[in-house]
Write a protein that binds this ligand. Structure first.
Ligand code: FAD
Length: 542
């Protein structure tokens, strides 16, 4: 490597993606004696942050650790609670059924054939409950930790629910206290170099901010990537129909159900689904739906009816979004992170994860010298691969439904709504359950050889390969078998037999221990973080 000076990095946009990038890049690149990046961030006082993004996945723990953030302090600052699972309600038949997608499970050693064994049984116990104690621990409303943070020996991986605006503010405070420069000003113009790269941005307040590397974190506006460089947005709405959310907050002063659930609930409604995210001071709700199937007013009515009479007086907000990604996440000397780069609808909470991955990958591919093209090439492949892998996984949640009660649910089952890659996976998994080997290259029989949208360089004709996807075979199994995949076929193939209780011993043991050592989630929040107590409300207990 050649001699270099610290690179000037300008992040435009101060939502969670902008401040996560600032804090993480600074923590990783400038940790030693010699700083590698001189980081500044400019955020507009005129354009509000999107303010949703309240549920996370466990990878957030890596980001917090790398920045050096204490977990309890973080939870206090962001109104945080624990998330151990997503509970899916009414996705299969709309008959009050549910299944969990928990974050941890036991594995059988040396050979894990849990799914094979379960498929050959009468399947009277939900699959998730045969491989993990977490669904029942969630139903019992328990925290994943003891009050004194002792290990329980029960594997309980967790992520967090949090206030997304407070998270961005907290990261901003950390980053600026460690040397990141913050400008509060609106970017009005962008200067280009002769080669077409970005040279500087100009602000309403008269600043001219130069850098060698620009990070576009301006949300869906994408003022650098789209408006300046003209990098196209690849639309993926064919596979994920939802494009709008009606959101609402239920302060506990107004309605407190008497507990704080240690998981996210995703309940399917007529034209999409509603998230329920419990924080320390309120519950957040959002009806994610397709504008082609329900108008805004009806969607709002449906959300209020779902929540109950106390929702009548609450304010609702509409958020529009689009599902897709930039043809190139890194173009020239500019990288789009956060909503400027890609978005997959909020099911499974992958928005912040994609910003987190983008930031981690940028530190790994950081351009110390001037030749950015090879780094950008790899970076773009990785980001596109991960995007499509997540798209498949979210697509899976919808297309196995057997609901036919509304036009939305009938539409979502049509063959053209299933991505070809997912179809190839499901065809394959009808021959054998998913296993780790399937994720070595994710190339399945019958899979079409689609080009990557990033260009026509050698290798770009190959279908995305993602051996390190966010969702491994264990998560796929939770959704497949939660949604009764192959249920009828298995009855015919295998008959109905009692499940061999291989893992159940561990699970019974965990369930016998858990209520003795793990407090209820709200009790943990009150005792450890000082969450206020609220009187329990009458009426629908959500
Ligand atoms: C309905 C919905 C629900 C979601 N739920 C989840 C979830 O549960 N979990 C999850 O992980 N993710 C979720 N997400 C995604 C999450 O909200 C985003 O990934 C995250 O908030 C990052 O947003 P951002 O920082 O990219 O953009 P924004 O928050 O929109 O920030 C954009 C920034 O750019 C600035 N800006 C814009 N124009 C200019 C300009 N001209 N000059 C200077 N600055 C400018 C703005 O002032 C702002 O600071 C959800 C998204 C939606 C739409």
């Amino acid at each position: 490597m050649t001699e270099f000076n610290p690179k000037r990095v300008l992040i435009v946009g101060g939502g969670s993606s902008g401040w996560m990038a600032a804090a993480y890049l600074n923590a990783v690149l400038n940790a030693g004696d010699r700083p590698f990046a001189q980081i500044a961030l400019v955020e507009s006082p005129d354009v509000p942050r999107i303010g949703v993004g309240e549920a996370t996945v466990p990878s957030i723990n890596h980001i917090l650790a790398a920045i050096g953030i204490d977990e309890l302090e973080f939870m206090r600052r962001v109104d945080g609670t624990y998330k151990q699972s997503i509970r899916y309600v009414n996705w299969l038949h709309n008959a009050g059924e549910h299944y969990h997608h928990p974050f941890s499970r036991y594995r059988l050693e040396p050979v894990d054939r849990s799914a094979d064994d379960w498929l050959r049984s009468d399947r009277s116990i939900p699959f998730a409950e045969t491989v993990s104690a977490q669904p029942i621990i969630c139903e019992l409303g328990l925290a994943p930790k003891t009050v004194d943070q002792r290990s329980t020996g029960i594997p309980l991986t967790y992520a967090f629910h949090m206030n997304a605006l407070k998270f961005a503010d907290y990261l901003s405070e950390i980053a600026t206290s460690r040397g990141v420069t913050r400008h509060v000003d609106h970017v009005v113009d962008v200067e280009r170099t002769e080669s077409g790269d970005i040279a500087a941005v100009k602000t309403k307040g008269g600043l001219r901010l130069e850098a060698e590397l620009f990070i576009d974190c301006t949300g869906f506006a994408a003022i650098l990537m789209e408006k300046t460089l003209g990098v196209a947005w690849v639309d993926c709405s064919q596979w994920l129909l939802c494009d709008r959310a009606i959101t609402m907050h239920v302060p506990y002063e107004q309605h407190y159900p008497g507990y704080v659930r240690p998981y996210t609930t995703a309940t399917a409604l007529s034209s999409g689904w509603v998230w329920e995210i419990p924080l320390q001071t309120k519950r957040s709700l959002g009806y994610v739906h397709s504008s082609a199937f329900i108008d805004e007013e009806k969607a709002e009515q449906e959300l209020r009816a779902f929540e109950g009479a106390h929702a009548e007086s609450l304010d609702a907000r509409t958020v529009h979004f689009k599902v897709g990604h930039r043809a190139k996440a890194w173009a020239g000397n500019c990288i789009a992170i956060g909503l400027a780069g890609s978005f997959i609808e909020p099911l499974e909470s992958t928005g912040l994860y994609l910003s987190d991955l983008a930031t981690v990958m940028l530190t790994e591919h950081f351009p110390y010298g001037d030749d950015m093209a090879p780094l950008a090439y790899r970076y773009n492949r990785i980001m596109a691969n991960r995007f499509y892998e997540i798209l498949d996984f979210i697509n899976l949640h919808y297309c196995l439904t057997r609901r036919s009660d509304t036009e939305f649910w009938r539409e979502i089952q049509k063959p053209e709504r299933m991505h070809d890659r997912l179809r190839a996976k499901l065809d394959f998994w009808s021959k054998k359950p998913p296993s780790a080997a399937d994720f070595e290259d994710q190339w399945f029989p019958g899979q079409p050889d689609t080009p990557l949208p990033s260009g026509n360089l050698p290798g770009d004709h190959r279908s995305p390969i993602d051996a390190k996807g966010l969702w491994n075979h264990e998560s796929y199994e939770m959704i497949l078998y939660g949604m009764d995949f192959l249920d009828q076929e298995c009855n015919e193939w295998f008959g109905k037999h009692r499940l061999k209780p291989q893992l159940l011993k561990n699970i019974f043991q965990a369930l016998a221990t858990a209520p003795r050592v793990l407090p209820e989630h709200q009790a943990w929040l009150q005792r450890v973080l000082g969450m206020r107590t609220y009187p329990t409300s009458q009426g629908k207990a959500n």
